[in-house]
Design a protein around this ligand. Structure first.
Ligand code: TLP
Length: 350
């Protein structure tokens, strides 16, 4: 019998709950380009309140959310400071160059976090030769740093630097709810350190689609124009905002289960021959697994072998595998994954 497939490639693979599907069916709708969709209006108000911002905008994806926020705050020939491994730099298909036309200045972080002093050192002086620094982008939790939570002290320090130089801070909070749940604090306590924030509804929160961008009323007006330019002005969008609302109301606290499962997974893999896992660094729902240099097969081949055993994971570098826990992976699935990986390695190791 074919083993069940356990999909750890990303938390984006989560399926909507029955309650979400029901909400889609019943959603009250209107034309949101006219600002007349009551469900969209409701999710925007709810999200703004949760994030402690004046206003919010419902957008199609995390990428669209980041890009409208960036384009609303930085333009052609201007500079944006971003962590070197950030999603905005790595995985958004060059959108900052293509859309805003700004240039990205990459700063190496510590577990994805930028130190206030390195941000300050990168702010450009007033000089005709240099691009003006307009925006600082932070990513929380940090994807390529393995779901690392940015320390609040760093966020506070960067916010102070930004204020001193009159620069905005944008937070790519695709997984900001994971950070809030792991820290045990309301999300607004983290979001307070950014002028603008993007949170995804379709990752661990399991909505089928959508992100929220939040900030000042003035910023949201500008972001709405950019969303329209990018083809994101949606009509009866209440049908997709409704499951997003269920996500915000019912799916946040359960992220703690994903975090426990990630720890369980890391602990189960850490002593296997050929793999290295730093259990301490697993703070949320992402586990990075290093395949040792001397291992007889490459990470890519190992991923293929695991897929044949029904364990789907993603490649995150030449020797790195990423595994992401989420609501559609249960505790017993984690035990199952550990067993399948153990068997797989047993068949390979000399
Ligand atoms: N990340 C995806 C892939 O694009 C890598 C994933 O599987 O993790 N910011 C961060 C930090 C993200 O991790 C992602 C998605 C996004 C933005 C973009 O969100 P979407 O996919 O909704 O455009």
């Amino acid at each position: 019998m074919m083993a069940t497939i356990i999909d750890l490639r990303s938390d984006t693979v989560t399926k909507p709950t029955d309650e979400m599907r029901e909400a889609m069916l019943r959603a009250e709708v209107g034309d949101d380009v006219y600002g007349e969709d009551p469900t969209v209006t409701q999710i925007q108000e709810m999200a703004a309140e949760m994030l402690g911002k004046e206003a919010a905008l419902f957008v199609t994806s995390g990428t669209q959310g980041n890009q409208v926020a960036i384009a609303a705050q930085a333009g052609r020939g201007e500079e944006i400071i971003a962590e070197a491994e950030s999603h905005i730099f790595y995985y958004e298909a060059g959108a900052v160059a293509a859309i805003a036309g700004a240039q990205l200045r990459q700063l190496p972080g510590t577990r994805g976090s930028l130190l206030p002093e390195s941000v300050e050192a990168a702010v450009r002086p007033l000089d005709i030769h240099q691009p003006p620094t307009r925006l600082i982008c932070l990513e929380n939790t940090h994807n390529r740093a393995g779901g690392a939570i940015l320390p609040l002290a760093h966020l506070q320090g960067v916010a102070k630097v930004a204020e001193r130089y009159g620069i905005s801070v944008h937070m790519d909070g695709a997984r900001l709810f994971n950070a809030a749940v792991a820290l045990g604090i309301p999300i607004r306590e983290i979001a307070q350190y950014a002028d603008t924030v993007q949170v995804c509804l379709s990752k661990g929160l399991a909505a089928p689609i959508g992100s929220i961008v939040a900030g000042s009323t003035k910023f949201i007006e500008e972001a709405r124009v950019w969303r329209k330019r990018l083809g994101g002005g949606m009509r009866q969008a209440g049908v997709i905002a409704a499951p997003g609302m269920i996500a915000l109301q019912t799916m946040v606290e359960r992220l703690a289960v994903d975090h426990e499962n990630a720890k369980r997974l890391a602990n189960g893999l850490k002593n296997l021959p050929g793999l290295r896992v730093d259990v301490e660094s697993v703070e949320t729902n992402i586990v990075l697994v290093q395949v040792e240099e001397h291992f007889p097969i490459s990470a890519e081949e190992l991923i293929r072998k695991l897929a044949a055993l029904g364990v789907r994971v993603s490649q995150f570098g030449a020797q790195t595998i990423r595994m992401v826990t989420h609501k559609d992976v249960l505790e017993e699935d984690i035990e199952d994954v550990i067993e399948r990986v153990t068997n797989c390695l047993g068949a390979i190791s000399p």
